[in-house]
Design a binder for this molecule. Sequence first.
Ligand SMILES: O=C(O)CCC(=O)C(=O)O
Length: 280
Amino acid sequence: MTSLELSAVDKVSLINQKEFSDLYFKPLHPLVIKDLAKSWPASKKWTPDFFKNQHGNKLVKVYDDSFVAAGKHYMGKLKTIPLSEYISTIMSTSKNLRMFLYNIKSEIPELVDDIIFPTLIDSLSRNFIFMFFGCKGSVTQMHFDIDMSHVFHTAMYGKKTVYLFPYEQGKNLHRHPFTCRSYVDVEHPDFERFPGLNYLKGFQVTLEPGETLYIPCGYWHHFVYNESGYSVSLRCNNHTWQGKLLGYYNLLIMSPIDRLMNIVSPQRWFAWKEQQALKM
Ligand SMILES: O=C(O)CCC(=O)C(=O)O
């Protein structure tokens, strides 16, 4: 095989609750809703200059590729800098410096007023509203969200390409045990090293600024920043008991073991996970 088996993601302007539930939410099928965020004050207000001028003094944690490499920065920040410096950096350089899981509810609560919560599902969290930032060329490596929640990811500025795979495809993605990560590069698939890629089936979509991607719970996702930019994501808890339990297990047992082992013996632990992943 020379390329991955990827389908397009449906795009609609808007969708009603019943259709969304029957066609996408219950069957766990991704969807792009083009106009979901059109009426949000944020869609006009949240320019790079707005963040620089109104909230530029805010200190923010930034990350680079060391976040996913064994050692000192594994699952941790690289450094803390003012938001204005960060925005200038991503808008004018190609440094792979990212900000993610930036909870605006706790960090800059007034930003929440710029979002109109969609009524597509009832239980969107008002407490966990995350922003993600990156420069042109940045990549958010393949992972699924550890808490197994459903996500509505709106590109507020800049274009992104997203690769999506259902949870069950973890073995074909050579998931690293004790993590919610895969280290395959779906943009440049290496079928010899990762033979599971021959059986992988998923989706690829380009998200234009303003568009909202529904990522069903447990879906693997890999983001490529075609342009510098940022997004905001709304989330709701997994709707099944099995999903909720898996989320708690991932957060309270799996991830702490992984972090502890990375402290005890970073290189050996990473090599063991890699070896297990390749055996899959
Ligand atoms: O936009 C990104 O960089 C990643 C987004 C993501 O991982 C998420 O919404 O869960």
